[in-house]
Design a protein around this ligand. Structure first.
Ligand SMILES: NC(=O)c1ccc[n+]([C@@H]2O[C@H](COP(=O)([O-])OP(=O)(O)OC[C@H]3O[C@@H](n4cnc5c(N)ncnc54)[C@H](O)[C@@H]3O)[C@@H](O)[C@H]2O)c1
Length: 306
């Protein structure tokens, strides 16, 4: 299949792109390198089935330059960071809402077979109960969550009005090799440098899901019969930031200390995914231990000598 991955040079996009190529699919990436390193896909850059197109989803004209024959779209491009979306309000709105609208319009005009939207647990806002199922009220509490929720609504409208086959996943906190500037890579980096790990607030309960599992799910969606209402993609297990920090310190043999600073008000404090719908839809098995990728990440980071 010929697949477009918007944001394909980003953290999840790189993992997905490598898997798609390994399984023989043709991949076109559209990314403006807002948050991605140009080195992120260095290992597959010259692959005969890969085209990396530097484009901005905020401009529809950039979509019009894409090659013909695209059959499926994974829409991952976004301002993907809560604090970044709050400080860059215009950018997050134009990219996450306007850019998603453009991606949907493109998918409709090119009559693609399926459009996959990477939404977020942030669509729910603060949890009224745990675990959070897909019928939980959608009370997004920050600009990132609001923009993802708008994207979801446009997906639903393109599905209902134009019959576009849309599959929306609400991702929990995805982590793994290649990520940067999120709590796990920051903690690992600080632990290995012997620096203090900072926890804001300390009441957080976070559902971490490994990027390998998320990639398995994205691959499964390709051939899944029938489209889906939004579905949670999370481990179904909650981890506190204290437990996370302790685990990283233990695994890395670090003597770093912890400091607790005041909570950042815009952040959602607690989320654990209810995974009943996930388990009904997907064959992908959720890992017993949501933090199972940590040892490998720490090992890789130590080896890179950073
Ligand atoms: N990683 C997570 O924990 C998580 C959780 C929930 C939802 N998501 C969603 O999954 C998707 C992928 O997340 P990620 O972790 O890989 O994020 P990421 O930031 O690593 O990747 C996003 C990519 O989009 C690109 N991009 C940003 N603005 C763009 C624009 N205007 N035009 C073209 N490209 C642009 C960036 O350069 C980057 O390569 C995002 O939509 C994110 O909101 C991620």
């Amino acid at each position: 299949m010929h697949v477009l991955v918007t944001g394909g040079a980003g953290f999840i996009g790189c993992h997905l792109t490598r898997r798609l190529l390994a399984e023989g699919h043709r991949v076109t990436i559209m990314d403006n390198f807002f948050r991605a390193s140009r080195q992120s896909l260095a290992d597959v850059r010259d692959h005969s089935l890969l085209t990396i197109y530097e484009g901005d989803i905020r401009r529809y004209a950039d979509f019009e330059k894409l090659p013909s024959g695209i059959e499926m779209v994974y829409h991952l491009a976004a301002q993907s960071n809560v604090m970044g979306a709050v400080s860059g309000l215009d950018y997050s709105f134009e990219t996450n809402v306007g850019g998603t609208f453009n991606a949907l319009k493109f998918a409709r005009e090119r009559s693609v077979r399926r459009f996959v939207f990477a939404s977020s647990r942030e669509s729910y806002g603060e949890a009224e109960y745990i675990p959070v199922d897909e019928n939980h009220p959608l009370n997004s509490k920050n600009a990132y969550g609001a923009s993802k929720l708008c994207g979801e609504r446009y997906c639903a409208v393109f599905n209902q009005t134009y019959g576009l086959d849309v599959f929306t996943v609400r991702l929990a906190n995805v982590y793994g090799r290649g990520d940067s500037n999120r709590v796990i890579p920051i903690f690992i980096d600080k632990a290995l440098r012997g620096e203090t790990l900072t926890i804001y607030g300390g009441k957080q309960l976070i559902d971490f899901i490994g990027v390998d599992t998320v990639t398995d799910v994205f691959m499964e969606i390709m051939t899944h019969e029938g489209s889906s209402e939004a579905v949670n993609v999370g481990s179904g297990r909650g981890t506190t930031l204290f437990d996370l920090a302790e685990e990283i310190l233990k695994l890395s043999g670090s003597a770093s200390t912890l400091e607790v600073l005041p909570a950042r008000e815009v952040e959602v404090v607690r989320f654990v995914a209810d995974t009943k719908r996930f388990r009904k839809i997907f064959r992908t098995v959720l890992p017993e231990n949501p933090l199972s990728l940590l040892p490998q990440m720490i090992h890789d980071e130590k080896k890179s000598g950073k």
